[in-house]
Design a protein around this ligand. Structure first.
Ligand code: BGC
Length: 268
């Protein structure tokens, strides 16, 4: 096993019972962190992730909380601090899509996606920052006072027809992340975004689950493969560890080149 870079640190990963969140929770656990596996529905899946993390020799616990609800987020942080003493790392991952043509999009579809994807990141980041400031730097664990990783998307810069709510939430995350990074850099709090392209998870199943869909997806990806949650997990460990100590306010695209606009390889 690789060197354990996150030993004695505690991480909360929101939406960690499936997809990218699960991949990140496992990678942080393997790197030695205590991990809070946050979920809203499907506790069995969350408990599976907890068991896998314990098999690495790290501590893990599943905590239910809807990230768009202030009281539930506050409660999740309180439970985490009771159990592990503090929080060192927040991975603001929970997110979803409710796609619709713009002229047919209901206010409920718009609001739901903004509430979870953007307001959820605000509420969790605010609690994390409050705890980082309360605790201060603990040099034995990390040079930084705390680390926040926001799960954004290539769609923080690529407009996406039929997904105005989702793309807007990701564009909002970009400025939220940069503003917090600017505001708390002096306190040695690092805040960065991971911007995944197409990663093989339930959220985008229709984009990869038939050969035809997969082939048309590959037309968007110069590197010619779909990503996997492990790709994101490795980047999250790097951004959570002191290896990335001089990185803050950055958006790191991990997309097989999707943001290179492959259409221009032959057009333009
Ligand atoms: C979306 C996926 C999509 C990918 C690339 C992600 O943010 O959630 O559904 O496949 O971006 O377009």
């Amino acid at each position: 096993m690789s060197e354990k870079k996150l030993t004695k640190q505690t991480a909360i990963v929101t939406g960690a019972n499936s997809g990218i969140g699960e991949g990140v929770a496992l990678a942080l656990g393997e790197a030695g962190a205590n991990v809070v596996v946050n979920y809203v529905i499907n506790p069995d899946a969350a408990n599976d992730v907890v068991q896998k993390i314990r098999a690495f020799g790290s501590e893990a616990v599943a905590i239910q909380a809807d990230v768009s609800k202030e009281d539930q987020v506050i409660n999740m942080f309180q439970q985490t601090i009771q159990q592990f003493g503090t929080v060192d790392i927040l991975v603001n991952n929970a997110g979803l899509q409710r796609d619709a043509k713009f002229h047919e999009m209901t206010l409920a579809q718009w609001q739901y996606v903004i509430d979870i994807n953007l307001t959820g990141q605000f509420l969790c980041a605010r609690e994390a920052i409050r705890e980082f400031l309360r605790r201060g730097i603990v040099p034995e664990r990390s040079i930084a006072c705390g680390k926040i990783i926001c799960m954004s998307s290539v769609h923080q810069i690529i407009p996406w027809a039929g997904h105005a709510n989702y793309a807007s939430s990701k564009g909002g995350i970009k400025m939220l992340m940069q503003t917090i990074a600017q505001e708390y850099g002096h306190q040695k709090i690092r805040v960065n975004s991971i911007c995944p392209g197409a990663i093989k998870t339930p959220i985008n199943k229709t984009a990869w689950d038939t050969p035809q869909a997969y082939n048309s997806l590959m037309e968007l990806i110069p590197y010619n493969r779909i990503g996997v949650p492990e790709d994101i997990g490795k980047l999250a460990v790097f951004l959570a560890s002191d290896d990335s100590d001089y990185i803050t306010g950055a958006s790191i695209f991990i997309d097989g080149g999707m943001t290179l606009f492959e259409g221009f390889a032959t057009g333009g």
